[in-house]
Design a protein around this ligand. Structure first.
Ligand code: NDP
Length: 497
């Protein structure tokens, strides 16, 4: 028997990755680990399946994707239970996550033709003799590399767009959540048994690296910024395009005319759902002076009622516990105050809800992704100071604003890919809205029209429909025709307005 145990990482025995529950340590299941050859083979199989899948056209794919989403909806409780069994996630959180994923599959299936289908585009005066035609063709095989924190919704954001656009998908789930990943693949095969359009390859980080180098046509990566850079470097070798959905340090701004109770409720949920292990989780709050005290009191009251082991599940990755502890300690060492929780909040595998105030902006609790059920709340003079502080980090994923008169203006000024006004995280559930970040939070989009277009390349076709009035694109043009061209350009473009 061969067993590999790297501290903090799931064990591999006899070529099988063993997934365990982070709270109980109970085994959730085993999956075979892919080596480089197995990854290459999966991509070869996917390429054949991709030809069939693309050939089905939008209607054929829509019918099959809707069948898959029906299977998921039918078995949503089972999926919630599996997320609990493997990730320790409260069942209700798993069900909410699955519901959002189902919504995205439905949306992608129903909207792919509208967004990607063939269309005529208008010609311009200079080339009136050619009609313009545009369509979006699938890449072929898309590799999807997913994280563990939202093992259903996050990969499905990419997978649903990639499949609806006509690609086959090879999916590398996180080593912490391979069983959920395999379940998604298996249920898809129930709905679409003809070809292996959607496969999984399992293993540690190097399997993701192998997928980047296996000749896929695009990679959609979701995970940490550090790993995103490695993925991009690997993809650069073959000029494989990538989408990077990376981490964040999302801020909430609470303005003077905000509904303070609603803001506190959203800050607590946005910061502590999934035990704070949320890329778009609220980690920092900037509250203006007039509402600051009432807001802090409301947050402490609401967060203080959450129970570890109930609403607050375990921290999935053991090494994350050290990061959370370091952030709390650093905040307190630098003069911050814990108004809820404190240095002893971290009790492996749980972290109790923790609220920190007066934390200097240079501290790691404010600058780095904590990924635990912690919030920093900072008093600011006004919304301008809040925006400046919120925008001061290299990250720029999501954000939130609570207020009335100026809330949307403030939202626009936040340097982020998404922002929720008078709620937290709401943009992720609206399948019409693109999802993605700026700066260290990555680039490219999933969800919405932009998300669908990420998984297809535009194909432009111009078709001659008559002789050229001003033949410019030929060696056979005459001096008189060039003079006519100059005259036309001046007529069309020489005016000042
Ligand atoms: P990681 O970056 O550790 O891992 C993400 C995935 O990449 C995993 O499947 C991992 O495999 C794989 N991987 C690791 N090393 C390599 C490599 N060298 N080449 C290719 N693939 C590799 O992220 P986490 O799983 O820890 O996820 C949490 C992070 O994800 C947080 O920063 C969070 O903010 C971010 N995130 C971003 C979201 C967004 O949409 N912007 C959504 C959700 C999370 P393995 O696990 O086997 O190492």
């Amino acid at each position: 028997m061969t067993a590999t145990r790297t501290p903090g990482l799931p064990a591999i025995e006899n070529g099988l990755l063993i997934s365990t529950n982070p709270a109980s340590g109970a085994e959730a299941g085993r999956v075979p680990v892919a080596d480089e050859a197995a990854v290459a083979e999966a991509v070869t199989v996917a390429r054949q399946a991709a030809a069939w899948w693309a050939g089905l056209g939008f209607d054929g794919r829509k019918a099959r994707l809707l069948r898959w989403r029906a299977v998921l909806a039918d078995r949503i409780e089972e999926l919630g239970e599996l997320a609990l069994l493997e990730g320790g996630k409260p069942v209700t959180d798993g069900v909410v996550e699955a519901a959002a994923a189902i919504e995205h599959i439905d949306w992608a299936a129903r909207n792919a033709r509208r967004v990607l289908g063939p269309r005529r585009v208008r010609s311009r005066a200079m080339v009136l003799e050619h009609s313009g035609h545009l369509e979006y063709q699938p890449y072929g095989v898309v590799g999807v590399i997913g994280p563990w924190n939202y093992p259903i919704l996050t990969p499905i954001g990419s997978i649903s767009g990639a499949l609806a656009a006509g690609n086959a998908v090879v999916f590398k789930p996180s080593e912490y959540t391979p069983i959920v990943g395999q379940w998604l693949v298996d249920t898809f095969a129930e709905a679409v048994p003809e070809h292996q359009v959607f496969q999984a390859v399992h293993g540690l980080g190097e399997v993701g690296g192998a997928l980047c180098r296996a000749g896929v046509d695009k990679i959609a990566f979701t995970g940490s910024t550090a790993t995103g850079k490695k993925v991009m470097a690997a993809c650069a070798e073959t000029l494989t395009p990538v989408i990077i959905e990376a981490g964040g340090k999302d801020a909430m701004i609470v303005d003077a005319d905000a509904d303070v109770a609603a803001a506190a409720e959203a800050a607590v949920w946005g910061g502590m759902t999934n035990a704070g292990q949320t890329c778009i989780g609220i980690e920092r709050v900037y509250a203006v002076a007039p509402v600051y005290d009432a807001f802090v009191a409301a947050v402490v009251d609401k967060a203080g009622k959450l129970r570890t082991g109930e609403e607050i599940g375990p921290i999935t990755m053991p090494k994350q516990l050290d990061i959370i502890k370091r952030h709390i300690d650093d905040a307190l060492d630098r003069g911050g105050e814990a108004v809820l929780g404190g240095r002893d909040s971290v009790q492996a595998p749980y972290v109790a809800p923790t609220v920190l105030v007066d934390v200097p902006e240079e501290s790691s609790a404010v600058r780095e992704e904590t990924f635990g059920p912690t919030l920093t709340i900072t008093k600011v003079a006004d919304a301008d100071e809040a925006v400046t502080k919120a925008n001061a980090l290299p990250y720029g994923l999501g954000g939130a604003v609570f207020g009335k008169a100026n809330a949307i203006r403030i939202a626009r000024r936040m340097r982020s890919g998404m922002v929720a006004v008078n709620s937290a995280l709401a943009f992720v559930g609206n399948a019409n809205l693109p999802f993605g970040g700026v700066g260290d939070s990555g680039f490219g989009r999933i969800h919405g029209d932009d998300g669908l277009r990420e998984f297809a390349r535009s194909k432009s076709v111009s078709v001659r429909r008559g002789p050229s009035l001003i033949p410019a694109m030929t060696f056979e043009r005459t001096p008189a025709q060039v003079r006519r061209l100059i005259k036309t350009v001046k007529m069309l473009y020489a005016r000042k307005r």
